[in-house]
Design a binder for this molecule. Structure first.
Ligand SMILES: [Zn+2]
Ligand SMILES: [Zn+2]
Length: 244
């Protein structure tokens, strides 16, 4: 059976500087694809051409629902070399969904697996961080067992990023073996997984097709994947808020 998601928790609008659709276009595309929810997760301010901190403090002007789709106001923060992220607590506190990932040209110059792992785990310790984006990125290899264990301890979602496995457009950024190991360990440790598009244009919202083979190979079931149900997401967010 094909995996169906109700929410795409990783999308970018024009505010990211290298994405090409408006929030309204993203929400409309989500509605057309039958999604109930999307998270707008524009890159944090350290990304070249990315949004200013004011962008995030003003997200409150967005409605809760747009084109019938629930909008989570979020960010994909940049993990810096020392594991800090590029938004202050007073802004993180106002957001519905805080994700973090390592990006080139964004306060990051570590080179070893030990360093990538340590920086990612340090970011997970931030009580506002709810999801690590593309932990399977082959450009920044991590010790995936250590990452899964930390995700279990700090109650953080690990993402399967569809763009990472879109070979035709982006090359082989995702490490298949690593992502399969991540799935196996996540189930063992009870870590929630998420299947997201990482759309940089509305056409990609909700598109997890590049993950189809991995979903099959890993034998993922609906209950392993948080964003197959909006109710499960809401429950996770409520629990995380009491921690944060
Ligand atoms: Zn981007
Ligand atoms: Zn992204």
């Amino acid at each position: 059976m094909k995996m169906k998601i109700e929410a795409d928790l990783h999308t970018h609008s024009v505010a990211s500087g290298h994405a090409y659709s408006t929030v309204s276009e993203l929400a409309l595309a989500a509605a057309e694809r039958g999604l109930k929810m999307i998270a707008i997760t524009d890159h944090g301010p350290a990304i070249p051409g990315g949004p200013h901190l004011y962008h995030f403090s003003n997200l409150k002007v967005l409605p809760e629902y747009l084109h019938g789709v629930r909008l989570l106001k979020g960010v994909e923060a940049n993990i810096s070399s020392n594991g800090e992220i590029d938004l202050p607590e007073e802004i993180l506190r106002q957001l519905d969904f805080v994700t973090a990932g390592i990006h080139t040209f964004a306060n990051y110059d570590n080179t070893t697996m030990e360093e990538h792992t340590a920086a990612t785990i340090a970011a997970m310790r931030n009580p506002y961080v709810m999801m690590i984006t593309h932990p399977e990125n082959a450009f920044f290899p991590v010790d995936i067992e250590a990452i899964v264990k930390a995700a279990a301890e700090y109650k953080v979602i690990l993402e399967l990023n569809a763009s990472s496995f879109d070979k035709f457009r982006f090359g082989k950024r995702g490490d298949v073996e690593k992502v399969l190991k991540m799935c196996r360990l996540a189930r063992e440790y009870g870590v929630p997984l998420c299947l997201n598009s990482d759309a940089h244009i509305h056409l990609d919202v909700g598109n997890i097709e590049p993950l189809a083979e991995i979903i099959n190979m890993a034998g993922l079931k609906k209950e392993d994947v948080l964003n197959t149900s909006v109710e499960t997401i809401e429950r996770f967010l409520a629990e995380k808020k009491t921690v944060g």
